[in-house]
Design a protein around this ligand. Sequence first.
Ligand code: NAD
Length: 356
Amino acid sequence: MDRYKICVIKGDGIGPEIADEAIKVLDSVSAKFGFGLDYEYFLMGGAAIDVFGVPLPDDTLNAAKASDAVLFGAIGGPKWDNLDPSIRPEKGLLKIRKELEAFANLRPAIIFDELINASTIKPEIIKGVDVLIVRELTGGLYFGEPRAIGKDKAYNTMVYSRSEIERIAKVAFVAAGKRRGKLCVVDKANVLETSRLWREVVDAMAPSYPDVSVEYMYVDNAAMQLIRNPRQFDVILTENLFGDILSDEASMVCGSIGLLPSASVGSKVGIYEPIHGSAPDIAGQGIANPIAMILSAAMMLRYALGQETAAMAIENAVKAVLKDGYRTKDLASFDAKEICTTSEIGTIISDYIKKA
Ligand code: NAD
C-alpha cells in the first residue's frame, strides 16, 4: 500500500476547525482507495508564537521539507497584530513558502451550479465560470528589498527577475495547454517596469506553446472584467500582490470565500491551503465553511500524491452535498435544505464518499 507523509499545520482562528474536517474527508478517501496517510502535526503562525516565540519554528520547517505535502489551514489574528513585524504570524507563512520554493499559487475559481444564487452577480453572467488564477507567490512587493517604515516615510520594493517570471509563466502556459488554451497576463505595464519585463518574458516564451493564445490586461481592467464577464477568462497569470487581490475578488464571484482552495507548488514540497484567512470573527463557533480546505486536500491528492481518482471522489462528494442542499452558515440563504456546523458538513461529505 502506498503511504504518504503529510505535514499538517492547522494554524490559528478557524484553521484547526477546518483542518479537522479535511482530515476526516481524507481518511474516507484513503480507506476507500487503498492508500495510507501519515499525519504529523506542527505549529506555525500565532500558535507557534505563543509556544516558541517565533512564527515558523525550525521543527515545522524541517518537517515540511521532509514531507510529501503540507496541508495548511490559516494563520493570524488580532492577538498577534501588534507584535514586531519581524515575528508576526504572516512572516511564518511567507518564509515557509520561500523555503519550500512554492512559487506558484494555483487558485481555481469554479461556479458550482448548485450555488449559482450565492453569488452577488447575476446567474446568467457567472454560469459556467471556470478560471484558474496562477499567482506568483515568492516575489514582488511582499518580498522585495529594500523595505522600511520610518516616522514619516515608508517604502516597499517590487522586484522580479527574468528567471522568476519564466518559471511561473511556464506553470501557467502548461496549465492553459491542458485547459481551454487561453492565457491572460494581468499586469500594470503602463506604469510598472516589472510588468514590462513580465510581458517581454511571456512574449519570448509564447512560441513554445503554440496551442495557447496570450493576451495582456491591466489589473484595474481585469478587476472590472472579472465582475463584468468572468467567463472570458481561462487561465490568469499575475504577480503576487495583484493575484492576492484578484483571487479574493474571484471568490466572491463564486459566492463565498469559504469555497476556494489553492495549491502552492514549485520545485519542492507543495502547500495546500484555502485562499481565505483565519477568520477570527467566526473562530470557535462551529460555523466556518470547511469546503475550501477540503477541496485543498483534493488538490493535494491530485498534485502531490498523484491520487487523481481520490481527488475527484472528494470533488464529486462536495458537489453532491451542495446539490442536496447542505450548507454552512455563510451559504445559508442560498437554496439551503439544512444548515450544518463545520463538523457536520465534514461528516456529510465524508459519508457521501463512503457511500458513492
Ligand atoms: P479572512 O479571509 O480570514 O476573513 C474575511 C471574511 O471572510 C470574514 O468575515 C470571515 O468570517 C469570512 N470567512 C473566511 N473564511 C471563511 C470560511 N471558511 N467560512 C465562512 N466564512 C469565512 O480575512 P481577514 O479577516 O482579512 O483576515 C483575518 C486574519 O487572517 C488576519 O490575521 C490575516 O492576516 C489572516 N490571513 C491569513 C491568511 C493565510 O493564513 N493564508 C490569508 C489571509 C489572511
